[in-house]
Design a protein around this ligand. Structure first.
Ligand code: WQD
Length: 337
């Protein structure tokens, strides 16, 4: 079966391509290479021995999307990662995010609705919950108006998919990621932040390597055990495996609704200081950091209730924070060689 992976050379996309190939799927990757490079294809091949078919495609170009789907009739499922994902950038340049994250989704769905049947996995985010009232967060927690345009594109994307699935043959699963971190244990693929990393873990590993002077910890006055904000850090390989399981659920017609939603996290919350301590433990390095003011738009805490993914999907994150941080550190050292 041929599976289309949009944004398949990105961080989570590339790890998912590896897991799809490991499960015997034929994979077709499209990516506009705006936030990655073709070298990722080599990384995938060195892990699985198979190079996925690849076409450079910018999903914002409607004609090219139509032409692509005209040439590829035999796609059994789509995993849609292609999107811009930097929260801060989305605040400064909202239209880039609405154009890329919404238009691309619409053009892909317009092609899928022409097919007799379509299976669609959507990369969403726990950011749609905003600051949830209750921890751990279940899928029934209310979706709130996300603070960033990035988060809003995920909320709108989910709403578009729900509306479209109601009146078409498209079956979908929305996967709400918590905080993806780490890298493939082979160190052949991992996170490639371009410029100054916005996310915590790549900033930590770059600081650990000496590329950054010190980590700025955004606030230690949160109502949490050590005052720093709490998140649910999930290993990217665990996350990738969940996508394959979700896709198989649709392909095997096990879904019980046209659109299903799953939180993908470990179920454990970790504070920024705990992540720092874990890095120091796995690297043997002291991490220079300073406490500064809170970052605009940050929430206090978010960690997943994973019961639904565990019981309905039959998926559970396997890696500990320590293992995920060790893989991130190993990757940082590899790419800086
Ligand atoms: C984690 C914690 C920061 C950097 C966002 C998106 C989410 C997903 C992941 C895309 C927070 C603190 C961070 C730093 C710090 N998006 N921090 N110093 O904001 O939880 O989630 O990225 O994949 O959808 O919402 O992740 O890694 O930016 O921050 O203290 O230099 O680390 O304040 O508490 P976040 P993050």
């Amino acid at each position: 079966m041929k599976i289309l992976v949009t944004g398949g050379l990105g961080f989570i996309g590339s790890h998912t391509v590896v897991e799809l190939q490991n499960e015997g799927f034929e994979v077709l990757v499209v990516d506009n290479l705006s936030n990655t490079s073709l070298n990722v294809l080599d990384g995938i091949q060195s892990i699985t021995g198979k190079i996925p078919a690849f076409e450079k495609l910018d999903l914002r170009e409607k004609d090219n999307v139509q032409d692509f789907f005209k040439r590829h009739h035999d796609i059994s499922g789509v995993i849609h990662f292609a999107a811009s994902k930097a929260v801060g950038e989305s605040v400064e340049n909202p239209l880039l995010y609405y154009e890329n994250n919404i238009n691309a989704l619409v053009y892909v769905l317009q092609e899928l609705q022409k097919k007799p049947e379509a299976n669609f996995i959507f990369s969403s985010s726990c950011t749609v919950y905003g600051q949830a009232e209750k921890m751990p967060i279940t899928e029934n927690a209310p979706v709130q108006q996300p603070i960033s345009p990035y988060g809003n594109t995920k909320k709108i994307g989910e709403e578009i998919i729900i509306d479209v699935a109601k009146v078409t043959n498209i079956n979908a699963i929305l996967l709400r990621y918590f905080n993806p971190i780490g890298a493939h244990p082979s160190t052949e693929i991992g996170e490639l932040p371009i410029g100054v990393p916005q996310n915590l873990v790549p900033f930590i590993t770059q600081t650990g390597f000496g590329l950054r002077k010190e980590l700025a910890v955004y606030g230690d006055d949160y109502p949490t055990p050590d005052g720093t904000a709490v998140r649910d850090y999930i290993h990217v390989v665990d996350l990738a495996k969940a996508h394959v399981i979700a896709l198989q659920r649709l392909l095997n017609k096990k879904n019980t609704a046209k659109v299903e939603t799953f939180n993908l996290g470990t179920g454990t919350g970790s504070s920024v200081l705990e992540v720092i301590n874990t890095f120091e433990k796995v690297s043997g390095k002291k991490l220079p950091y300073k406490i500064v003011g809170r970052r605009e738009g940050d929430i206090t805490e978010a960690y997943a209730n994973t019961d639904k993914a565990n019981t309905v999907l039959g998926w559970k994150a396997q890696s500990t924070l320590e293992e995920a941080m060790a893989s991130a550190w190993k990757w940082e050292q590899k790419i800086r060689k």
